[in-house]
Design a protein around this ligand. Structure first.
Ligand SMILES: Cc1ncc(C[n+]2csc(CCOP(=O)(O)OP(=O)(O)O)c2C)c(N)n1
Length: 632
């Protein structure tokens, strides 16, 4: 069904059209933009709450600044739908996050208005600062560089590193802190408390208001802001502000907190900010889900709600929900609680993804033993190393794509110290609609290079449970378990625990002429492929390696002694993963076989439904059938 934009929105094809409107027309533009986003996301799922909260901010930024000459750098980019719609992508928005459609996050290749590509958090201030530095070296002194970052993303270490750097530069960076008091789940940590304090502290705000009055300004940030700010700063720099304001302590000029939903005030504020040189931070208070009652009420659920009714807010779930196999995430969360009840040394660690990875089951059941450490993957890993060094058994769950952030921490703080940390890599492989920034395509390859590391990948729910059980008994250093997004294959998944022999694979079926060697969930595609091939008289053997490291050499000897044609299947890059390991083994042991590697090719894969992407990469059931027929 076609969704029609409102009267004003329908005329905005780029920011120049927006700029033609009168200031008083902007609230109407905001209403129409909000409605357009709600209608689209209800039918074509994506991020909702963050986008609704950023509507006024987005309209005001494009109204005042000279985009794309001025750079808008969105942090994470999950709140940039309004930006996309106002910058020429309104009519393509029904293809948001779809195969061959537009990306759900800003993408430099997609539009000149997307100053920087994002998806992972806490990068915006660094990128904007780099751009500002480049502009100043190239003598483009009038360009503006604006980082828009949420309070959750501000907890990421990179954001702090960038603030630290920005504060000693005279670069023209404006950081807009879009503070809605929540990340995906409730924001955690001292920074959150600090932001609440400066927003609500009567003393702080009274002193600030008094300052404005003393300086003769009726409203803060009025016409003569440059002079005002100067007086304000010199009077308060060494006293109240510097001591009580974190951002001033970083040498950034701090403005706010102000209402981030008053579009007219925001326009006036931004116009003023344009005249203030140097690094500065504007603190906006917004409401996640603004303007859609259900989303305001249940912010966590409406972060990315899936299909919902645009009138009632009711979330639409598929009717056969009960009969389907569970999601790997749920099996992880519930199994962790079971294990923690058996082993008191077990603790859980998540960097800001408690519901996504299902650590919330443990948090609810045993709140003292499960930690949400904020959007801080590096810290999560080293924090887990610390827990392990004292004899606890941490299960540190990080999405595969975000684990990339913590690579050195895994090598230096866990593997080199040979500490017993169970690293759970959720969303391994191609994840679907979130696209290139979120695919967990590299983990098998990047972990395989690390000494002391064990890497396990379950083919189904039972194996995930057994690997988790085995991981906590292992006691010989880091133990990684990587599993995909979404459902497994076993509706009856609550199997009794069995300790696995680490590094032992299995032959799923015997066969003739050709062997398929797989790891993890795609082994199920291989089983389906063989059922299909049977009808055509082709009968490959299937081996499920279970462990990529240590790899089951005995099983691979069996493969190469019996087959001269081998297909490897993995849900990850073919550069350095299972296929590479098998070829290395063949070479080292002087076998001579034809090996075809199926997996993610050596390129970034964009968004689409997982099935579409598996097909595109050629390792779904059909892809395996095709490869077997070509090779046999
Ligand atoms: C490095 C990294 N870790 C985790 C995530 C997953 N993630 C996406 S949005 C989000 C919450 C961001 O919170 P905030 O910046 O406050 O924005 P809000 O959604 O509240 O507008 C998280 C944790 C991510 N994108 N990048």
């Amino acid at each position: 069904m076609e969704i029609k934009p409102g009267e004003r929105l329908s005329k905005i094809n780029d920011p120049a059209d927006l700029k033609k409107l009168k200031l008083r027309e902007l609230p109407q533009v905001c209403d129409e933009l909000r409605q357009f986003i709600i209608e689209h996301v209800s039918m074509n799922p994506g991020h909702l709450g963050a986008n609704l909260g950023a509507v006024e901010l987005t309209v005001a930024l494009h109204y005042v600044f000279d985009t794309p000459n001025d750079n808008l750098v969105w942090d994470v980019g999950h709140q940039a739908y309004g930006h996309k719609i106002l910058t020429g992508r309104r009519d393509d928005f029904h293809k948001n996050r779809s195969f061959k459609g537009i990306a759900g996050f800003p993408q430099m290749a997609e539009s000149k208005y997307d100053a920087f590509g994002t998806g992972h958090s806490s990068t915006s201030i660094s990128a904007a600062l780099g751009m500002a530095m480049a502009a100043s070296l190239m003598n483009e002194k009038d360009k503006h560089h604006i980082a828009i970052i949420g309070d959750g993303s501000m907890t990421g270490g990179m954001a702090m590193e960038a603030l630290n750097n920005a504060g000693v530069s005279d670069s023209n960076v404006l950081v807009i802190l879009n503070d809605n008091g929540i990340a995906i789940s409730k924001n955690t940590g001292a920074l959150k408390e600090y932001l609440t304090d400066i927003t609500t502290s009567k003393v702080y705000n009274r002193v600030k208001d008094l300052a404005w009055k003393l300086m003769g300004g009726g409203t803060p940030y009025g016409k003569n802001s440059r002079a005002l700010v100067h007086q304000f700063r010199s009077a308060f720099k060494s006293t109240i502000l510097k001591k009580s304001n974190l951002f001033e302590a970083f040498n950034l000029r701090y403005f706010g907190p102000v209402d981030g939903h008053d579009v007219i005030h925001l326009v006036r504020l931004f116009r003023d900010m344009k005249n203030i040189k140097g690094p500065k931070l504007l603190h906006l208070i917004t409401t996640k889900g603004k303007g859609f009652e259900m989303a305001e009420k249940d912010k966590e659920k409406f972060h990315a709600p899936g299909y919902f009714n645009k009138d009632t807010g009711e979330i639409i779930t598929s009717s056969c929900e009960g009969k389907q196999p569970p999601k790997y995430q749920v099996v992880f969360g519930k199994t962790l609680v079971e294990l923690a009840e058996m082993n008191e040394k077990i603790v859980g660690v998540t960097p800001a993804m408690p519901t996504g990875c299902s650590m919330d089951f443990m948090m609810n059941k045993m709140p003292d033993r499960a930690f949400d450490v904020g959007i801080a993957e590096q810290h999560a890993v080293t924090f887990s190393a610390g827990l392990a060094a004292e004899g606890l058994m941490p299960f540190c769950n990080i999405y595969s794509t975000f684990m990339q952030r913590a690579y050195d921490q895994v090598i230096h703080d866990v593997a080199l110290q040979n500490l017993n940390v169970v690293l759970c890599l959720d969303r391994g492989g191609l994840v679907g609609e979130d696209g290139a920034t979120h695919h967990g395509a590299f983990d098998l390859a990047y972990f395989r290079a690390i000494p002391n590391m064990t890497i396990a990948a379950p083919m189904n729910e039972e194996e995930l449970r057994d690997m988790m059980y085995t991981g906590q008994l292992h006691g010989k250093g880091p133990f990684a378990i990587r599993y995909p997004r979404g459902r497994g294959v076993m509706p009856e998944w609550k199997t009794p625990f069995k300790e696995q022999q680490v590094g032992l694979g299995r032959k799923i079926k015997d066969g003739k002429g050709i062997a398929i060697v797989s790891i993890g969930h795609p082994g199920n595609f291989a089983v389906e492929a063989c059922e299909k091939l049977k009808a055509e008289g082709i009968d490959p053997a299937i081996y499920d390696m279970r462990y990529l490291k240590p790899i089951d050499e005995e099983l691979l000897h069996d493969v190469f002694k019996n087959f001269s044609k081998v297909i490897t299947v993995e849900d990850g890059t073919i550069v350095g993963g299972l296929g590479s390991a098998v070829i290395e083994f063949m070479n080292d042991n002087k076998y001579n076989a034809q090996v075809k590697r199926l997996g993610v090719p050596d390129q970034f894969i964009e968004q689409g439904k997982p099935e579409e992407l598996f097909r595109e990469c050629g390792y779904d059931m059909e892809g395996i059938v095709k490869a077997v027929k070509e090779l046999v």
